[in-house]
Ligand binder design. Structure first.
Ligand code: AMP
Length: 291
């Protein structure tokens, strides 16, 4: 049976005791409303650890004032049943007031890689993410934490934060899980209405177009980006925010697509803000999908 814990102190004590007893601990932080993407992280954690902990917390500090914190989909009962199904041991579901004692004053800021891509459109978002993940890492002192490549910038920001702040935890990045038609799974896909759902496949189609050009030998970012934008423009319901090709370390735009690269895009479709990406290694040997 999956055990539900709301109290941070009880959570920390429980994980601490498991570690003392020699168990390895895997942790999957989430905002809930599970889909197969979330479950893939839990399955990976299950395969690699003795104890699997999942957190479900819609974190207010990573939402901007005009964003969807209130409407964000929630269904704890369904999530618990799904977590149980894949063998999760503990679910941490704290109250906002326990995570953010008022007046709350302490934040974690990762500089330089949080102002670009999504950070440019969501000021303060990664400050909220880095802060809540720091808190969760203290409350759930795990050996390994699992993040999805779907939120590539988030995973790279967390990995850098763990390195810079000497967290004793291994960050594991897992592949993006997609619907049959290529749309990356996201809790926010429930916002898509009617025609918007079909139009949303343009994001992945645009990434596939980029990959095709790369496979034909094209390495100029400008040419690839132009083609990606053209694919997106075919769908008037898709309103792009950014389309970029950056390196995986500094997240700085690349003129040529070489080394470890992130091809990332964000677009609004109806009331949903959707993101997707390809993380690739491009060298003389070919093109390899990361992670
Ligand atoms: P969220 O609940 O959306 O904050 O996501 C929780 C974790 O699941 C994050 O590490 C996400 O990157 C990951 N995740 C979300 N969607 C997917 C997906 N389609 N495939 C793989 N991982 C995902």
């Amino acid at each position: 049976m999956v055990r539900l814990i709301a109290d941070p102190e009880e959570m920390r004590r429980t994980v601490h005791e498991a570690r003392q007893a020699g168990k390895t601990v895997g942790f999957v932080p989430t905002m809930g409303y599970f889909h197969r993407g979330h479950l893939s992280l839990m399955e990976r954690a299950r395969a690699e650890n003795d104890l699997v902990v999942v957190s479900i917390f819609v974190n207010p500090t990573q939402f901007g004032p005009s964003e969807d914190f209130q409407e964000y989909p929630r269904d704890l009962e369904r999530d618990l049943a799904m977590a149980e199904e894949v063998g999760v041991d503990l679910v941490f579901h704290p109250r906002v007031e326990d995570m953010y004692p008022q007046p709350y004053r302490t934040y974690v800021v990762v500089e330089g890689i949080t102002e670009t891509l999504c950070g440019a459109f969501r000021p303060g978002h990664f400050r909220g993410v880095a802060t809540v993940v720091t808190k969760l890492f203290h409350i759930v002192p795990a050996h390994r934490a699992y993040f999805g490549a779907k939120d590539a910038q988030q995973a790279l920001v967390i990995r850098k934060m763990v390195e810079d702040l000497n967290f004793d935890i291994e960050v594991v990045i897992c592949p993006t899980v997609r619907e049959k038609d290529g749309l990356a799974m996201s809790s926010r896909n429930v916002y898509l209405q009617g025609e918007e759902r079909r139009a949303a496949t343009a994001l992945y189609a645009s990434l596939c177009a980029a990959r095709e050009l790369l496979e034909k030998g094209e390495r100029r970012s400008s040419v690839i980006l132009e083609e990606m934008r053209r694919v997106l423009e075919r769908e008037p319901l898709v309103r792009p925010e950014y389309v970029e090709i950056v390196d995986c370390i500094d997240l700085k735009p690349l003129e040529r697509v070489e080394g470890e690269v992130l091809i990332a895009l964000a677009a609004r479709v109806g009331k949903a803000r959707l993101i997707d990406n390809l993380m690739l290694r491009v060298d003389e040997g070919g093109i390899f999908l990361l992670p």
